[in-house]
Design a protein around this ligand. Structure first.
Ligand SMILES: [Fe+2]
Length: 492
């Protein structure tokens, strides 16, 4: 069947769907991958199985695929498979799209009413010896990390009551606990948020529900050693609009931003809501940490803040006219004085605009110095179609958040970089390594690049050539080989 895709950036250029499950072994490597890099780089990739039947569809509605680079020193294998969600299997059976608009079940074919709609396409998460594929609008799916077979929906053996699980979790590097949440936890467009903790072995030990000020697109959050922070930005769902076939999300420039703060092991009744400026938006937080300073108890949250929503399809539904390349998302530090939350937070710009921020896993939830993220630098060249916002990232950044300094690796006008992952080093005092897929537009080809995390300006130390183009990923996750081995021994 020849598939005809819509004439929008979501389906053209590097965003054209591929729809092929494949694997290849011993890929060509230019340069040397350090011997200590042994493990799997998992990637979540939206790739619709069938052309949509609705007028407009978005990149992030695509069926989830799990890509995996298996790395053993200079040997690299690759495989990619569909996540066999209920939705994917239902459409595959009928050989056509049955699900309609993004997060709107009222636009679906009646034959799939009540079928779980999530496409599990946003983040691979490794915790408790299991691999999950997540998207915030539904449950996680468990995937076998070796075969990439879909095992099924994951609800902590029936313990998790939330109908959804976020694609952004926080794992405390000391305790191994995973903190996560689900919004619209009680159903479509509800204000219910479930705040959850799983212990290091992957057992759900806490689930508490609270109500957000409005039903916001709550994409990410922050956990410090003592607190948890829920940032609520006014991209808001409305059930009546959804029932009428309209957009799930509309951004409201006149509604305030809120941040809910509570002790991370506390009760949701202890949540304090701090009101901020109207109309802001942010998708990703780099990190959060506590600080005792001259008698004050401070909590910091570092995030890429934008003046409006970055997603073109949400801006269109909201009547906000701006091109992605014009929208700036400065890396900001929001500081909260826990003894005087009524005064709001203070904002300090700590880095250039960008997104998809990462730190070393061992730096999460505590004071840290180094972060990495990607940005679009307009001085390098005009925007090129890549991924969900329609303008690819052409630069990799390493930022020293304490010193306010950064270094950049510009990739030129013809390349886009996907979110980097950080791979720790066993060498004392070594900052570790970064890996990211870099896409070249003129040749429509993809490579996996390895870099020294502490010296990104040096460029790639190794480049892995792929025989086929990869569709841009959303997020990735690094799993060391010893953790894969341990999970296999335990029968995970
Ligand atoms: Fe995300």
């Amino acid at each position: 069947m020849i598939k005809k895709w819509p004439n929008s950036f979501d389906f053209q250029g590097f965003n054209e769907p591929i729809g092929v499950e494949w694997c290849d072994y011993n890929l060509d490597v230019e340069g040397n991958i350090p011997d200590e890099i042994q493990g799997a780089f998992f990637r979540a990739v939206p790739d619709p199985g069938f052309p949509p039947f609705i007028d407009k569809d978005t990149y992030i509605s695509g069926d989830g695929m799990i890509g995996r680079f298996l790395i053993h020193g200079n040997r690299v294998d690759f495989a990619i498979r569909y996540i066999e969600t209920d939705r994917y299997l239902a459409e595959k059976k009928e050989n056509k799209a049955l699900f309609g608009a993004y997060r709107n079940p009222y636009t679906d074919d009646p034959s799939v009413r009540g079928v779980e709609r999530t496409v599990a396409n946003t983040t691979p998460i490794w915790h408790g010896g299991r691999l999950f594929l997540t998207k915030e609008d539904g449950p996680a799916y468990e995937v076998d990390p070796i075969t990439l077979d879909t095992i099924g929906k994951w609800d902590y053996h029936g313990a998790l009551k939330s109908q959804t699980m976020t694609a952004h979790v926080r794992i405390d590097p000391d305790s191994g606990e995973m903190f996560f949440f689900g919004y619209e936890a009680g159903g479509l467009a509800t204000r219910d948020v479930a705040y959850c903790i799983a212990d290091k072995d992957g057992k759900l030990i806490s689930e508490q529900w609270f109500q957000a000020p409005y039903c916001a697109m709550l994409h990410d959050f922050v956990v410090t050693e003592n607190y948890v922070l829920f940032p609520i930005f006014p991209t808001i769902a409305d059930l009546d609009r959804i029932k009428a076939g309209g957009a799930h999300w509309v951004h409201h420039p006149d509604e305030p931003t809120w941040v809910g703060i509570m002790p991370r092991y506390g009760k949701v009744e202890e949540m304090k809501w701090v009101k901020g400026p109207n109309g802001l938006s942010a998708y990703h937080m780099m990190n959060g940490f506590d600080e005792k300073a001259s008698g004050s108890s401070l909590v910091h949250m570092d995030l890429n803040v934008m003046e409006t929503n970055i997603f073109p399809f949400i801006r269109e539904a909201s009547g906000v006219d701006a091109s992605p390349a014009e929208l700036r998302a400065s890396l900001c530090r929001w500081t909260f004085d826990m003894d005087d939350l009524d005064k709001g937070w203070t904002e300090t710009i700590i880095g250039p605009p960008g997104d998809m921020s990462r730190t070393a896993a061992t730096d999460q939830c505590r004071p840290y110095e180094i972060g990495y993220y990607a940005c679009y630098d307009p001085q390098i060249g005009p925007p090129v179609i890549h991924s969900v916002v329609g303008a690819g990232f052409n630069t990799l950044l390493r930022i020293h958040v304490g010193k306010g300094k950064h270094e950049a690796l510009p990739l030129g006008p013809d390349r886009s970089i996907n979110e980097p992952i950080h791979i720790p080093s066993r060498q004392e005092g070594h900052e570790g390594w970064l890996a990211a897929v870099v896409d070249t537009h003129s040749t429509m080809s993809s490579e996996l690049w390895f870099l020294e995390a502490g010296n990104i300006g040096k460029g790639a130390i190794a480049r892995v050539k792929l025989p086929f183009r990869l569709r841009p990923q959303i997020h990735g996750w690094w799993v060391p080989q010893e953790e894969l081995d341990r999970a296999a021994v335990l029968g995970g």
